[in-house]
Design a protein around this ligand. Structure first.
Ligand SMILES: Nc1ncnc2c1ncn2[C@@H]1O[C@H](COP(=O)(O)OP(=O)(O)O)[C@@H](O)[C@H]1O
Ligand SMILES: N[C@@H](CCC(=O)OP(=O)(O)O)C(=O)O
Length: 382
């Protein structure tokens, strides 16, 4: 971990500079100015930075905590309740304020926001996973900034993420983001909790999987939930799909701009594997194979040579009882494995579509989910 100066080139920092899609997570402690209601000025400042990243061609998805903390203030509660129904009520009240606040600030830049409230089920159930993925991709493609939070009003203990660090990492996986930036109330990960140890030293860079970081990370403050423990875990999760994780103070001026310019700020936790390899391995290992598509020679060639999406016209046979969102394996006419991917249509529909051009999908099925059977973003050539 050497003591390089701020301007020295550090490989992981270069990767952050090249990031094109970034998930930014902002924690409760920071957003609510340590419990004193939503910190509108700070929120306005982060929004200004995100708008600037947008102008520079970087797509940003925001994961914002703060609903419970903001709701507590609105309801005049001093202490975070422990009863689930009270937490749900606080979240419902606070989420309103949160959405309003982001919408107003992004509107100053002519940017639209979209409120997306997710539960664990949305990301663990295959079909909902694919739906969440395509909804978020569509929003991002439209230039809208999704503002994501856990759907605290409906979640129960068994299905909750609990902390938004984990949610941020899963969203980074979902969108195959280049980086997850976790903004918090400390400068980054220290070798001990700086609230309790005055001599604690900041970790500048490291590997997301390094077990020594888990030992250094402690729990959170009164408002946040996970502390550094969940941030280190989140970095490990994000690394599975090749994302770098930066943990930095949201109070550093221009923190998001400086990080994406490669400045040595906060802690950077890097994936072990090259991002593309990690991303593909992650997708391939993600789900159980539920069916098989047999491709003609032309489809095999475009998948292998051009990295194209798979269209129904190139499919000669369909087997298995898969549904939309399932992982299927694509084989050539000799049965050799060519690719794996997440399919946009269930088996019954795929049987009707095979060999047919995409413009006929709607006429055949009465609806069109997507023009391709497997989108190239969801396809791994083996
Ligand atoms: N090793 C560590 N380095 C830095 N902060 C730590 C460490 N261990 C525990 N923490 C605590 O984690 C807190 C940040 O996490 P948390 O309160 O959950 O905030 P957030 O709402 O931003 O997620 C810090 O205020 C700090 O007290
Ligand atoms: N979904 C919750 C956030 C949970 C939480 O406190 O997360 P964090 O502050 O990121 O540790 C909320 O909006 O209040």
């Amino acid at each position: 971990m050497g003591e390089q100066g701020v301007n020295e080139r550090v490989p992981g920092r270069d990767a952050l500079r090249g990031a094109r899609r970034v998930v930014v997570k902002i924690g409760s402690a920071l957003l609510t100015n340590d419990g004193r209601g939503l910190d509108e000025t700070a929120i306005g400042d982060w929004v200004d930075q995100i708008a600037e990243l947008h102008r520079r061609g970087i797509e940003v998805v925001l994961v914002s905590s703060g609903a419970v903390a903001a709701g507590m203030v609105r309801l005049g509660w001093q202490v975070r309740p422990s009863a689930v129904h009270e937490l749900q009520a606080a979240a419902a009240v606070g989420q309103n304020g949160l959405t309003e606040c982001y919408e107003g600030h992004f509107a100053r830049h002519g940017l639209l926001t979209a409120q997306v409230l997710l539960t664990h089920d949305d990301l663990s159930n295959r079909k909902r996973y694919l739906n969440a993925r395509s909804a978020l991709r569509t929003l991002v493609g439209l230039g809208v900034v999704p503002v994501i939070n856990e759907n605290d009003t409906v979640v129960t203990d068994e299905i909750r993420f609990g902390d938004n660090d984990t949610l941020g990492a899963l969203v980074a996986n979902l969108l195959e983001a280049d980086a997850l930036v976790i903004l918090t109330d400390q400068e980054g990960l220290f070798d001990a909790d700086p609230r309790h140890s005055a001599s604690a030293q900041l970790i500048h860079e490291g590997h997301a999987d390094d077990p020594s970081f888990t030992a250094m990370a402690g729990g959170g403050g009164a408002l946040g939930r996970g502390g550094m423990t969940t941030k280190v875990q989140a970095a490990r999760l994000a690394a599975r799909s090749g994302a770098y994780t930066a943990i930095a103070s949201g109070r550093q001026p221009h923190v998001l701009i400086r990080l994406t310019e490669g400045e040595r700020l906060g802690t950077l936790l890097c994936p072990e594997q090259a991002p593309m390899a990690a991303r593909k391995r992650w997708l391939a290992g993600q789900l159980q194979v539920r069916g098989t598509l047999t491709l003609d020679a032309g489809a095999v060639k475009v998948l292998r040579d051009s990295g194209s999406s798979l269209l129904a016209v190139g499919v000669k046979a369909v087997s298995g009882g898969f549904v939309r969102g399932d992982m299927v394996v694509c084989v050539d006419e000799q049965g050799a494995r060519v690719a794996k991917g997440l399919v946009n249509y269930g088996a019954e529909d795929a049987v009707q579509l095979m060999g047919k051009p995409s413009h006929r999908i709607e006429a055949i099925l009465g609806y069109m989910e997507a023009p391709e059977l497997i989108h190239r973003d969801n396809l791994v050539v083996l």
